[in-house]
Design a protein around this ligand. Structure first.
Ligand code: FAD
Length: 282
């Protein structure tokens, strides 16, 4: 049982991790060792105090140097589910369960739009986790949407189980070559079904008849990730101490709302860590 689990390796997650480390709290920090696309992709940053002209790549190098010198470890896994179990949290990441007394959500904002019907049919034919739910689709027909080549091993795993897979990679260089996998260049628009998934409507107007749909993305909407989490205007609702409506659960950075800025993310990560430490002491 850890003191805390931090989800997200952008500026907010990093700031929270540095502060928890200073206070010698035990924690697991989930995300990518590439930290955040939103750091690396910035051309020129002019509003970070002390660094009048900085590129995203320079900020990334400074962040990675700091992670190394502070002795922080990143667990390179995507969190697919969080459950509140009374006084602690169970977190599912790449089919492994981790437990912690508190949570810091620093996942940024999700840019991918949910498909029509995705929300309603989640858990009833729509899944975000190949290893958790793949077995339910043994010898069945499924579709897989994937927005990052790093999840292609999960696509292979699903193809080994399912009878037929229609695969929609959202990038150009898919490495999947399997007899039962058809790579589609069409675009999924809507998931059909009332009690369970029955099909997928494509931009071309074609409708695929299916038993299930896997959406393998880098990010999952916070309300889907953590059940019971209060959302306001599309962001996680927090107070000035970064506390959410769930006990021991804090949130920081873009996921709590605008302005979407590095310094806001760093500041909120700091406050979230301190609130988390106070909560653990209480
Ligand atoms: P993010 O940086 O988005 O990091 C969140 C991380 O969490 C990501 O790595 C994501 O993959 C990970 N994650 C999400 N879900 C999960 C999960 N389920 N499991 C594991 N990991 C997960 N701001 C400025 O102040 N100045 C600028 O000049 C500026 N320029 C920008 C230029 C560009 C091109 C872009 C895109 C943004 C720019 N921004 C700028 C905004 C800034 O990048 C964001 O405000 C900041 O990165 C937010 O930090 P964050 O930690 O909240 O989220």
């Amino acid at each position: 049982m850890y003191d805390c689990i931090i989800i997200g390796t952008g500026p907010a997650g990093l700031s929270a991790a540095l502060n928890l480390k200073t206070y010698k709290k035990s924690f697991v920090w989930f995300g990518s060792k590439n930290l955040s696309d939103k750091v690396q992709k910035a051309e020129k940053i002019t509003n970070y105090p002390g660094f009048p002209e900085l590129t995203g790549q320079e900020l990334f190098s400074r962040f990675t140097d700091h992670i190394q010198s502070a002795g922080l470890d990143i667990t390179e896994k995507t969190v697919t589910n969080v459950m509140s179990v009374g006084t602690y949290y169970m977190v599912l990441a790449d089919n492994e369960v981790y437990e912690a007394k508190t949570l810091i959500l620093a996942m940024g904002v999700m840019t991918a739009k949910l498909l029509k019907g995705e929300d309603e049919l989640l858990g009833r034919g729509v899944s975000y986790c190949a290893t958790c739910d793949g077995m339910f689709y043994k010898d069945k027909e499924i579709a897989v949407l994937c927005n990052d080549p790093k999840y292609e091993h999960e696509v292979e795993y699903l193809a080994d189980l399912a009878a037929k897979v229609t695969y929609f990679p959202m990038f150009s260089d898919s490495q999947i070559k399997k007899e039962n996998v058809t790579i589609s260049k069409d675009f999924p628009l809507e998931i059909k079904g009332s009690d369970r998934v029955t099909g997928l409507v494509l931009k071309s107007g074609k409708v695929l008849e299916l038993d299930g749909i896997f959406c393998l993305r880098n990010a999952i909407a916070p309300s889907k990730l953590v059940s019971g989490l209060e959302i306001e205007n599309g962001h996680i609702k927090v107070d000035r101490t970064q506390k959410t409506n769930l006990p021991g659960c804090f949130a920081a950075g873009d996921c709590t709302g605008r302005p979407y800025q590095y310094t806001k993310a760093v500041g909120e990560g700091n406050v979230a860590a301190h609130s988390c430490i106070s909560y653990l002491t209480e």
